[in-house]
Design a protein around this ligand. Structure first.
Ligand code: PPS
Length: 567
């Protein structure tokens, strides 16, 4: 038989279909709460029994016990507070005993909470006790102190329907489904492995050895709800896991996704992970080095001792009812062409390792990633997601006065890029943009800023898809240029090129006759005449077309791009 859930029974909180249907109708008339990502993840695991024995969000007594000594009010071991935080205004509208509808961002009601407890938590004390720190470098602490409502609502849940997932739906087995699957396969001893990173050969070796050590099958159960900011997105990771699982012996390992919102709480979180895996039917759980650790604090010190999680779990082993399989890091010994636990390394061994940072660097530079480190299929998936610099998108943002030569230089750069490569390029020229994307906008500060934001947004989408965006508006205001930069920089490089041709030269060129019209007062608010141009303080490049030819200016831009590895 499979291991019993935490607290003895699997607490599934979904109502039978007919009652759920009736409650769904009734929920429309209740106060409505839209769940954030963490709350949505927590709700999913509360409803499907992943958080057994919890039957809802913690009330005050349970919360106090969990925070202070990792126990619910009835004494059950539970290390992480599962709370529903709301703002004061929403809480003030509720009385105890009220029901509220908990909805996803589409407004779909997923559950109804009966509010048994409305209380003000002490977030600082919670951070100190649960995470052992109030340092905001810790993502769990930052969320708690800066992005968590000041009131918690506790109470039991009635589940209406599961949150919908359209990605990898066949890989998302809840505790009941997973238990049924194990029973069908005749699997009884199952060791679960938690991860939030892509898996490589070292992980394969570690998990296989762990399984062998306790004579169990393997459940690879990565967290895909919310992990540490900056992690590889879960779509990419799951593609990697699917490729990797083919490299395990047949009938030995299975992959299932856990919609867990991680807190990066180190030892306490490891204990929580073990309980969740027990609820999913695993008899054993692998606890690695620095399990669920958030890295280093603002002083450069690790938040948790790398083995604190293993020690904490070992202390609660009996009560936990799931076997803990502590595992040291696996390293590659080149002389033996094999992986071994760090603890078994001999002095003469030539140990090799590639850290996450080094892996990112190699992907970035398009450098080789050796086969001893990972499987070629995994590298291919990671390379698609993290193309080398020379394949990444970027934006060239020309800014300068009317008549400064922005568009002309932009056209020359475009020609040079098309002449030498087949990268997709989109040109967002000032005049051109105003004929479609920004049609109807004028030249007030507000309208000009809106124009630049639109250009920045489109450029950021082009860059996100690996293309080159060439923008050439006047963009006279620094704030809008900064905004465009920020939009683009979440996806690739933003190259600001100030075309600094002096006003007198622009005015003497006056190809469209606009300066004359502005001087005559026929056009109001003309940049450089009666409207300001805020000179860029630190552009990547500055070009003055009164001093060099258009061809030379374009050559200068292309040479710079080459130097930066962008083309
Ligand atoms: S902005 O400020 O960045 O939104 O301007 P942009 O979209 O680049 O549009 C500039 C072109 O519009 C013409 N034009 C004016 N420019 C500046 N000020 C005023 N008041 C104005 N009215 C019309 C002008 O021809 C600009 O084109 P370029 O190619 O820069 O000469």
């Amino acid at each position: 038989a499979l291991v019993a859930p935490h607290g003895g029974v699997l607490r599934e909180l979904y109502l039978p279909p007919e009652e759920a249907e009736a409650l769904k109708r009734r929920s429309a008339s209740l106060p409505q709460w839209t769940l954030n990502q963490r709350q949505l993840c927590d709700l999913e695991l509360l409803l499907n029994g992943g958080f057994s024995p919890l039957q809802g969000f913690l009330g005050r007594a349970d919360y106090d016990g969990v925070v202070a000594h990792m126990r619910l009010a009835d004494g059950t071991l539970w290390p992480i507070p599962i709370t529903l935080d709301v703002d004061e205004a929403f809480a003030a509208s509720l009385a105890e005993g009220a029901e509220i509808s908990l909805n996803d961002t589409q407004g779909t009601p997923l559950a109804v909470l009966t509010v048994e407890d409305i209380y003000f938590p002490d977030h600082l004390a919670e951070a100190r006790q649960v995470f052992g720190t109030t340092d905001r470098t810790h993502p769990g602490v930052a969320e708690l102190l800066d992005r968590t409502g000041s009131v918690y609502l506790g109470g039991k849940l009635k589940g209406i329907q599961a949150p919908s997932h359209y990605d990898f739906s066949t890989l998302r087995l809840g505790p009941r489904q997973l238990r049924e699957w194990f029973a069908e396969q005749g699997w009884h001893r199952i060791v679960a492995f938690q991860t939030r990173n892509p898996m490589h050969r070292a992980h394969r070796e570690l998990t296989l050895r762990a399984a062998e050590k306790v004579g169990a099958k393997l459940l690879i159960q990565p967290s895909v709800g919310r992990t540490k900011p900056g992690d590889v997105d879960h779509y990419t990771r799951v593609r990697c896991y699917r490729a990797l699982i083919e490299h395990y012996p047949k009938q030995h390992a299975t992959l299932s996704l856990l919609p867990l919102a991680m807190r990066m709480g180190g030892p306490r979180e490891a204990l929580w992970h073990a309980i969740i895996r027990k609820n999913h039917g695993a008899s054993h759980f692998i606890v690695g080095r620095d399990h669920a650790g958030p890295g280093k604090d603002s002083q450069g010190k690790p938040f948790y001792d790398p083995y604190a999680a293993q020690e904490l779990l070992a202390r609660h082993q009996d009560e936990l009812g799931i076997g803990i399989v502590p595992f040291p890091a696996m390293v590659y010994a080149a002389n033996r062409d094999t992986y071994l636990p760090q603890t078994e390394v001999e002095p003469h061994d030539e140990v090799r390792d590639i850290s996450g940072t080094e892996l990112r660097r190699r992907l970035h530079q398009g450098e080789a990633i050796p086969e001893w480190f990972t499987f070629p299929e995994v590298v291919k998936i990671l390379r698609e997601r993290h193309p080398a610099r020379a394949q990444q998108g970027f934006a060239l943002f020309f800014t300068g006065l009317s008549g400064s030569g922005k568009s002309t230089v932009a056209q020359a750069v475009l020609a040079r890029l098309l002449e030498t490569g087949s990268r997709p390029v989109t040109v967002l020229d000032g005049d051109e943009v105003r004929r479609h994307l920004s049609k109807g906008l004028g030249f007030s500060r507000e309208d000009r800023n809106a124009n630049i934001t639109r250009i920045g947004y489109v450029a950021s989408e082009v860059v996100r898809h690996g293309g080159i965006a060439i923008c050439a508006p006047i963009a006279p205001y620094a704030e809008a240029r900064t905004e465009a930069r920020q939009l683009v920089q979440s996806h690739g490089r933003f190259v600001e090129i100030h075309v600094s041709t002096p006003l007198e030269v622009c005015e003497s060129r006056d190809r469209k006759g606009l300066y004359a019209a502005a001087r005559a007062g026929k056009i109001k608010g003309f940049t450089g005449i009666d409207d300001p141009y805020e000179t860029p303080a630190a552009p990547e490049l500055r070009l003055d077309t009164s001093a060099i030819s258009v061809a030379d200016a374009a050559e200068h831009v292309v040479a710079w791009l080459r130097e930066q590895g962008l083309v």
